[in-house]
Design a protein around this ligand. Sequence first.
Ligand code: PMT
Length: 422
Amino acid sequence: MPRNKKRENNFAEVNPLHGKTIILGVTGGIAAYKACDIASMLRRAGADVHAVLTPNAREFVTQLSLTTITRNPSHCEQFQAQADWRPEHIELAKKADLILVAPATADIIAKMAAGMCDDLLTTMILASSAKIMLAPAMNPKMLDHPATQNNLATLQNHYRYDLIAADYGELACGDFGTGKMASVETIVAAAAACLLEHRTLAGRRVIVTAGGTREPIDPVRFIGNRSSGKMGIAMADAAYARGAEVTLVSTVEVDRAYSVLLVETALEMQETVEAEFDGCDALVMTAAVADFRPLGFSNQKIKKSVKEDFSLELTKNPDILDLLGRVKTDEQFIIGFAAESEELLSNASQKLKRKNLDVIVGNDITVPDIGFGSDDNAVIILSADGSRENLPRMPKRAIAEHLCDIIAARFSTAEKEPASAD
Ligand code: PMT
């Protein structure tokens, strides 16, 4: 039976900071001491805060303070011995809902505008697809300098960057002017507003499936596939960050603030998704569901046969998408995925029609380094209205954000459409 990890996430509907992963970037200016208050306020509002300091920031505030306040290890060194092969900070950058740089010095603003990454913080910023907020703090002349103004303009032209304007007042250097970092309350409120504004799926219930099903042969063996669940988890994270009530039906265990329903087999996935489907607004099936399962299950480990050959009789699994595509209402939106090794366009487009989907995301699984198990993918997105988009190689989270935009656009159009006269 599915192991149920259902959680209520109603609180998240009223508090956009609750359950969100926020990277607090701290750079080397006197206002860095206020980062402790920002971290504390964010954490008390329910955010999972991870501080990343530049080496210069440590001249003003200690890592120990930020670690204690955030209750998470804080980071500074870019090159550090680590237990796991996966660089922890890159994983963090991928899962962040928001990167808040406060204070942001002229130096970090220049580096970000130029796409430089010579320390941990700038590297994480480049490696993340999260929204980035900057709270500049510097001497008024430095802020007013054309170089800094050009850099800020470059960043603001990009949809991922938002500025929390500096205040006017007396600065630590004794000068008066605009350059004081905005108040802690203003910064935390701006972070909450940014997450709220981004909540294009607020009030929507979204089901996402992730991972590859395992079809047991005996107590030891199973038929499986190469799906890691990364695409589904990225999709669920993105939908949750947009304010959706998310249920992730997954074969891969993951600890999140939204509901995670663990399943193993295709039949368990079918049972769980069907139980959740009624009343949901969107279903995104990224899971690689086994088309066949062994006809019988051997309670004992199958012994090595004296015969050279061994055959396993298989039977077809139900096609979950196909079944739900038949019963979905006009208000429900279904996105399927198609893993293809040939004829990507025509196979994906046939699946779109045959399974009565709104959108299908096709990926060519023969391309090395992307797709199964990778952090990246390159996909083609086909819609039932005939539109077609090619997304070049990009992080799975960025693909997920794109799919969230598609779902949100569909619901905003549906809301704007006038009710029919009859
Ligand atoms: O998990 P990752 O390592 O991140 O890899 C991501 C991915 C490669 C698994 C993902 O991008 C992907 O392509 N997922 C779909 C894989 C697949 O099973 O494709 P398919 O063409 O066999 O199935 C088409 C659609 O029908 C899929 O949405 C699938 O979930 C669904 N299906 C398939 C069989 C079945 N019995 N029931 C289903 O609902």
